[in-house]
Design a protein around this ligand. Structure first.
Ligand SMILES: NC(=O)c1ccc[n+]([C@@H]2O[C@H](COP(=O)([O-])OP(=O)(O)OC[C@H]3O[C@@H](n4cnc5c(N)ncnc54)[C@H](OP(=O)(O)O)[C@@H]3O)[C@@H](O)[C@H]2O)c1
Length: 315
């Protein structure tokens, strides 16, 4: 049996993504072999494919390279000295971040310590939607030290990171504001956020006295959002490409500001999977593409208007 994978063969448009086959890998000591059911597609995969960012720089002499950091699936085989899982267990993980990737594969070997058990009541689609995006949301909010009763503005609440960030902030009893296009106003309200249509007018004309800004858009939208903040507000700017510029501007205005790089944390994923299992967190899946259509999945992310997550069906 072969291991079908989607690889970046050279940097460029989505058509540089090609199907390749390789032997099914053998787990080393401490690793397990996962039969991947779903792989999450993230903006970083798309940027790397286009040759942008540090994952592209680091892998430029290493093409074809298989991207993908989010997986869910089933344990197929156990390596020596493993003890956490049994064959057949359902698992999810944020794997190979940032340089190794490998999630766009039907089979992948992963250190067992990098995986979380997926509760029976959680669909494998939902589990694949959570790792990178969900942990970015949780870690950005942790870093901001958002407190009960504070006003938080989350730019791009409808995206893969944003829709989870809103739910965590609502659960923390913050007063949650978000920006989205007209098409997502109702969806944002169902998650418990006050939604502001950025296509109608700049958010700075609609909001003030915000304690915490979680910037998931960057650039001009983030600069405009700084005008909504109260004295001493905290800013977390997540898109790495403009984070430094936004933070410099924010600090000049007297705010506390920092960028962030998400850090895989299996215990945090355990918690999020538990929250999904008891109905405290809902994942939104915009579309699931067969692995052969990975190009279309990348094109969808490139629209900049994906609601929730895009997945690849790997089997
Ligand atoms: N630093 C890190 O560790 C890290 C980790 C994860 C992600 N990121 C970065 O964080 C950003 C967000 O990631 P993501 O996965 O959430 O992206 P995503 O899912 O592709 O975001 C799509 C969403 O952005 C919204 N959007 C687009 N333009 C907007 C605007 N001007 N104002 C408000 N909303 C807008 C869209 O809503 P509408 O359709 O309603 O416009 C859509 O729902 C990306 O740049 C990503 O690369 C960084």
């Amino acid at each position: 049996m072969d291991n079908k994978q989607i690889a970046i063969t050279q940097f460029g448009e989505p058509d540089v993504l090609k199907l390749q086959t390789s032997p099914i890998p053998q787990p080393q000591a401490g690793e397990v072999l996962v039969k991947v059911a779903f792989a999450g597609v993230n903006p970083i995969d798309v940027k790397t494919r286009a040759g942008l960012g540090w994952a592209a720089t680091q892998n430029k002499d290493n093409l074809p390279w298989v991207p993908g950091y989010d997986i869910s699936g089933e344990i197929q085989q156990l390596g020596d000295n493993t003890q956490r899982f049994s064959v057949g267990d359902k698992v999810a993980g944020f794997i190979g971040f940032p340089l190794q990737g490998g999630g766009y594969s039907q089979y992948v070997c992963v250190p067992e310590s990098a995986l979380s058990l997926v509760p029976d009541s959680v669909m494998l689609e939902a589990a694949a939607a959570l790792p990178l995006g969900g942990q970015t949301a949780a870690q950005a909010l942790d870093k901001s030290q958002l407190k009960e009763g504070e006003k938080v503005l989350i730019l791009a609440g409808a995206g893969g990171v944003g829709h989870i960030a809103i739910q965590i902030a609502v659960a923390a009893k913050a007063e949650v504001y978000t920006t989205c296009s007209e098409a997502n106003l109702d969806y944002m309200a169902t998650l418990g956020a006050h939604a502001i249509n950025y296509q109608f007018s700049p958010v700075s004309q609609r909001l003030q006295d915000i304690d915490v800004l979680i910037d998931l858009v960057g650039g001009d939208a983030a600069l405009d959002a700084l005008k909504c903040l109260k004295d001493g507000a905290r800013v977390i700017s997540v898109p790495t490409i403009s984070a430094e510029m936004i933070c410099e501007k924010a600090k000049l205005l007297g705010f506390e500001a920092s960028g962030m790089l998400v850090d895989p944390n299996p215990e945090q994923l355990d918690t999020m999977l538990y929250m999904v299992s008891v109905g405290l967190l809902k994942t939104e899946i915009f579309a699931t593409y067969p692995l052969e259509q990975a190009m279309d999945a990348h094109r969808q992310i490139e629209t900049g208007h994906t609601r929730g997550k895009v997945l690849l069906d790997m089997q």
